[in-house]
Design a protein. Structure first.
Length: 585
């Protein structure tokens, strides 16, 4: 068979196979044209699921009379003129093939009027003939497009259409997605003469939230939280549902890139990864997410229906989404706990942290080593406060999990203590029980670790995405004065006008919601000196259970073998055992 150029009619029908999959595809192309024309009022009328009639009316800029025939021609568009435009697309459409493809498989009528014209004009085309007829018409400024008898000349395609109800459900879902991409546009959707949706333009934040609630449902609205984050020129904002409210049924999962609705695999993977193990295998995340970036950094010309894009810095975008949503979700997983944490921080010594350096005694001077030792009162007083909690939290019948040869001798009448072999014994996420010589010491980890971190420079672990935190002038002065202390503690910070850019943190802080706690830390540092920098943060995080003491110790295990840093007091073992025995149920 010889090679030959296909007739325009056949070429258009082949193109229609990619562009026009079902009635919803037609609605998408027509509505996107309306949005590109600057319309802020769009009406969509549907009959029989779109197989009989699709009509889209808008109040956009309209099409001039002399361009009507051209508008129905293939590869004719007003949205791009050269390759530079293609590499920085800001419009929803740009290929110039939608109207030609649609008119090749339907009976299409286009009526339009521009502001400069005194009258409207109408163009009609039907099926394979592709002959365009232009005549005067009555119409306000804007455009109306009617698509009758979709697939009337391609029976094979028509057989693949579902029921009217199913096809309209796809159209309704499409309008929901489009309405969430353009809050400034009013929308009206009807089916078989019955109004289905009427959405007024949402110009205020409250109105936008109401639109989200109306389109995504009550459950979404009650459990969604607004989030926003920015890194350089990339900004993400929108709503995400708390993990505990996500269900196994597919809910709202809408993502947008520069206002274009997407079903992009990279974004979906990043969002799912941000939820991580907060969701069970059968739970689905729910979100309405908007990503904004330089149009030159994203290629939208990679999918026939433009459902997917290609990011020039795909890894950066993926990691930014994971980081931004992950931080937000960490704060949403337990809102009541987060509130309790803040309250507890306000009531703890984090705000009045005292390093107690003058009371620190080397462990070599503890009783039993022939040295004079003055017990540190805070640690000694902590014994009575913590014993009850310690007994209920750590004494359990799980000794079988511990290796027999490493278990201490069990005192008669005292229940076995469940503690993995070799693991430090920590109470209240702050106090460490440690045997030293002939004594059992209660070590306060806050001043102990603070002293070690102050005396030894810690390696800084770069953040995947630097964190920007706004500060006032007084905080900025304080942070500038404490720059050396931050560096020794493992922080890499760049100070600019009213902003701190945190580029690296010590290893033990990597899993912390830094965006929440660092601003609180900066507020408190105004009242403290350089030696107290880490102590203030440690006290806040340990007392609020935001960071596990074991995690901090794992990053510097050597501190447990350096008694000169310990802030401790000896326990009276006999009295302690007696107290524990008496408190048994």
């Amino acid at each position: 068979m010889p090679i030959r150029i296909l007739p325009p009619q056949l070429a258009n029908q082949i193109a229609a196979g990619e562009v026009v999959e079902r009635p919803a595809s037609v609605v998408k192309e027509l509505v996107e044209n309306s949005l590109d024309a600057g319309a802020d009022q769009i009406e969509i009328d549907i009959e029989k699921g779109g197989s009989k009639l699709i009509r889209v009316r808008d109040n956009g800029s309209g099409i001039a009379e002399q361009e009507l025939v051209l508008a129905l021609s293939r590869h004719a568009t007003s949205k791009i003129t050269d390759l530079d435009d293609l590499e920085a697309i800001t419009s929803l459409g740009f290929r110039g093939e939608a109207l030609a493809s649609i008119s090749s498989v339907s009976r299409l009528t286009l009526t339009s009027k521009t502001l400069e014209q005194s009258a409207a004009w109408q163009a009609s085309a039907a099926g394979r003939d592709m002959q365009v007829e232009v005549r005067p018409a009555a119409h306000p400024v804007g455009t109306s497009i009617e698509v009758l008898d979709l697939f009337f000349n391609t029976p094979a395609r028509r057989k693949f259409l579902r029921t009217d109800k199913t096809e309209f459900s796809h159209i309704d879902e499409l309008i929901k997605r489009l309405a969430l991409s353009r809050y400034d546009v009013s929308w009206q959707l009807s089916h078989n003469g019955q109004a289905v949706r009427r959405l007024k333009a949402a110009k205020t934040e409250e109105q936008r939230q109401k639109r989200v609630a109306a389109l995504c449902g009550r459950v979404f609205a009650e459990n969604a939280a607004f989030i926003q984050n920015q890194y350089g020129d990339v900004r993400i904002w929108g709503w995400i549902v708390q993990p505990q409210a996500c269900s196994s049924q597919l809910q709202c999962q809408y993502s947008y890139v520069n206002g274009r609705m997407m079903r992009d695999k990279l974004l979906n993977h990043a969002i799912r990864q941000a939820y991580g193990d907060m969701l069970t295998a059968d739970q689905q995340p729910a979100f309405v997410i908007y990503l904004e970036l330089d149009p030159r950094q994203v290629d939208v010309n990679v999918h026939p229906a433009k459902h997917e894009v290609r990011f020039h810095q795909a890894r950066l975008i993926h990691d930014f989404v994971v980081s931004a949503l992950g931080d937000a979700l960490s704060q949403l997983t337990a809102p009541q706990l987060a509130e309790d944490r803040v309250n507890r921080v306000q009531e703890t010594s984090a705000y009045t942290y005292q390093p107690a350096t003058s009371n620190r005694q080397p462990a070599g001077n503890q009783p039993g080593n022939n040295g004079a030792y003055s017990p540190r009162q805070p640690a000694a007083a902590a014994v009575k406060r913590e014993l009850s909690y310690w007994q209920h939290s750590h004494i359990a019948a799980e000794a079988a999990e511990t290796q027999t040869e490493q278990q201490p001798e069990v005192v008669a009448g005292l229940p076995a203590v469940s503690q993995p072999a070799g693991a430090p014994f920590i109470m209240r996420n702050r106090y460490l029980l440690k045997q030293y010589a002939d004594d059992v010491l209660l070590i306060d980890l806050v001043p102990t670790l603070s002293a070690y971190f102050t005396a030894n420079s810690l390696p800084a672990v770069p953040l995947l995405l630097p964190l920007r935190i706004s500060v006032n002038a007084m905080q900025l002065r304080t942070l500038t004065q404490l720059a050396d202390s931050f560096s020794r503690a493992g922080f890499d910070m760049l100070l600019t006008d009213n902003t701190v850019i945190v580029r690296a943190v010590p290893d033990w802080l990597r899993q912390t919601v830094l965006g929440h706690w660092l601003p609180l830390w900066f507020e408190q540092l105004v009242q403290h000196s350089g030696d107290e920098v880490v102590g203030v943060l440690l006290s806040m995080l340990l007392n609020a259970n935001e960071v596990a003491a074991v995690t901090v110790l794992k990053s510097v295990p050597q501190v447990l073998s350096l008694p000169e840093y310990w802030h401790s007091a000896p326990l009276q073992l006999d009295a302690t055992l007696s107290l524990l025995t008496r408190q048994q149920p």
